[in-house]
Design a protein around this ligand. Structure first.
Ligand SMILES: Cc1cc2nc3c(=O)[nH]c(=O)nc-3n(C[C@H](O)[C@H](O)[C@H](O)COP(=O)(O)OP(=O)(O)OC[C@H]3O[C@@H](n4cnc5c(N)ncnc54)[C@H](O)[C@@H]3O)c2cc1C
Length: 332
């Protein structure tokens, strides 16, 4: 399908300076407004003319959405905090290093300087059929081009499919699940708090969205609770190129220990489903063990239960199994 990459179609740019004003604007322009954070996902859509909002609400001037604050029981990261700020924050690096690690794996320094944590977890899928403007299920059509017999689907999902087989592209998403982060979503009806693992949704819930957020919602901040501070963490992202690239499969894990025994574990994998997958079956296997080789192997097998490859991505099953295995083995 031909794409025009010259100019972004005109839109009205609105620049509120408070969350309240932003929510009022989203209500006022219901059905036509687009939320803009760092613009790295947004401007791709606009330049390709696949999405053509008539109104853009830029969150850049909302001071209360920027920065990292100490709060009772942890840290609160404003959704407009850049990925670079997350990477460099001393307490995140020392106490929740998996979050800094994951943020540091996003794209390039330039993209991390501009891209926000809120935008990173809210970004849309990178399925190229969908992003090229093909009328697939996710775009309101009645087929999934990536699941067709002749499709190129090496990067697509091995679980969680429901008509759509696209994956969630966010590097920070599994790390936020591993530290049991809470996502604070506000609308004119008031705030709601979601566990990170419930914030991301699959096509069986709503094929047009990647998160619980609906049209007039704003993710305002992310709370990182102290509960998992200073746990043992593991993060690994496998991608085609070392320089920068989206994940093929990634794993983020947190382990609490007493002596050499694991007392609690949280393991999340991304790149395998339309949402980051928390692998609770694997977590249950590792609790009470030392993370020895046999346990790690069993956890890897448990993680891939129910996985089903498309034509070109059976390698992802082995990759998911091995990443979970390596995460568990890191403890021993
Ligand atoms: C070349 C390139 C390479 C990339 N590589 C990677 C990679 O390796 N790993 C990775 O994880 N990402 C990667 N990305 C994606 C990039 O990190 C994200 O596009 C970026 O983090 C999005 O953040 P942003 O602040 O630019 O948001 P925007 O692009 O402005 O917004 C993204 C989406 O989220 C919505 N949104 C943003 N903030 C909020 C909010 N607070 N509340 C509600 N909705 C909101 C917007 O409406 C939009 O739909 C890459 C992007 C590019 C262009």
């Amino acid at each position: 399908m031909a794409k025009i990459r010259d100019m972004i179609p005109a839109f009205e740019l609105l620049q509120p300076t408070s969350v309240e004003a932003a929510l009022n604007l989203l209500d006022e322009h219901r059905g036509e407004a687009w939320v803009l954070a760092g613009g790295l996902d947004s401007f791709d859509w606009f330049k390709d003319r696949v999405k053509r909002p008539s109104v853009v609400v830029d969150l850049g001037g909302i001071a209360e959405m920027h920065g990292i604050r100490e709060v009772t029981n942890g840290l609160e990261i404003g959704a407009m905090t850049t990925l670079t700020e997350v990477v460099r924050h001393a307490r995140i690096r020392s106490e929740w290093s998996v979050v800094a690690d994951a943020a540091e794996h996003v794209a390039t320094p330039q993209i991390r300087n501009q891209g926000t944590l809120g935008g990173n977890v809210s970004q849309d899928t990178r399925c190229w059929y969908y992003r090229s403007g093909w009328p697939c299920y996710r775009a309101g059509g009645n087929t999934c081009y990536a699941a067709a017999p002749q499709a190129m689907n090496r990067e697509h999902c091995i679980m969680g499919r429901s008509r759509c087989v696209a994956v969630n592209p966010s590097d920070t998403a599994p790390a936020l699940i591993a530290v049991d982060a809470k996502m604070i979503v506000e609308s004119s009806k008031g705030p709601k708090v979601y566990d990170a693992e419930d914030f991301f949704i699959g096509p069986a819930i709503d094929i047009t969205r990647m998160t619980v957020m609906k049209e007039r919602d704003l993710l305002t901040r992310i709370h990182i609770p102290s509960t998992w501070a200073n746990a043992e963490f593991y993060y690994e992202k496998v991608r085609d190129r070392g320089a920068w690239d989206f994940q093929l499969v990634s794993v983020a894990a947190a382990f609490q220990k007493e002596g050499d025994r694991i007392t609690a574990a949280r393991i999340a994998v991304n790149g395998v489903a339309p949402y980051p997958v928390r692998v609770e079956a694997a977590e249950r296997i590792v609790v009470g063990t030392t993370g020895d080789e046999a346990t790690a192997a069993a956890a890897g097998e448990a993680a891939i239960e129910g996985a089903r490859a498309l034509r070109h991505n059976d390698y992802k099953i082995a990759m998911m199994r091995n990443l979970v295995r390596r995460a568990v083995r890191s403890v021993a």
